[in-house]
Design a protein around this ligand. Structure first.
Ligand SMILES: [Zn+2]
Length: 86
C-alpha cells in the first residue's frame, strides 16, 4: 500500500533518524517531490552549520553596499579622508 507524501514533521523526524520505516524509504526512493523536500531540509540544516563554521569573510564585508555607503558618507564628512588625486 503506497503511503502519502511526507509532511514537514515527518521529514524532520526522518532526517534526525527517528523514523526507521522501510515504507518511508521506499516512498522516498520513488517520489521526486519528497526527495527534493528532504534535500532542501537537509541542505538548510547543514547550511546553517556551515555558516557557523566559516568565519565572516573580510572581502564580503567590504563589498556590502551598506558598508560602502558608510565609507562614502564618512569621506563626505571628512574631506581629509579622500584619496589624493581628486
Ligand atoms: Zn512523496
Amino acid at each position: 500500500m503506497p503511503i502519502t507524501c511526507l509532511d514537514a514533521d515527518t521529514l524532520d523526524a526522518y532526517l534526525q533518524g527517528q523514523l526507521e520505516d522501510p515504507s518511508l524509504d521506499a516512498h522516498l526512493e520513488e517520489c521526486p517531490a519528497c526527495q527534493s523536500a528532504l534535500d532542501q531540509r537537509d541542505a538548510a540544516v547543514n547550511g546553517a552549520f556551515e555558516r557557523l563554521r566559516e568565519p565572516a569573510s573580510a572581502t564580503e564585508i567590504w563589498e556590502q553596499p551598506t558598508f560602502l555607503q558608510l565609507v562614502a558618507h564618512a569621506k563626505e564628512i571628512n574631506p581629509a579622508a579622500r584619496s589624493s588625486g581628486e
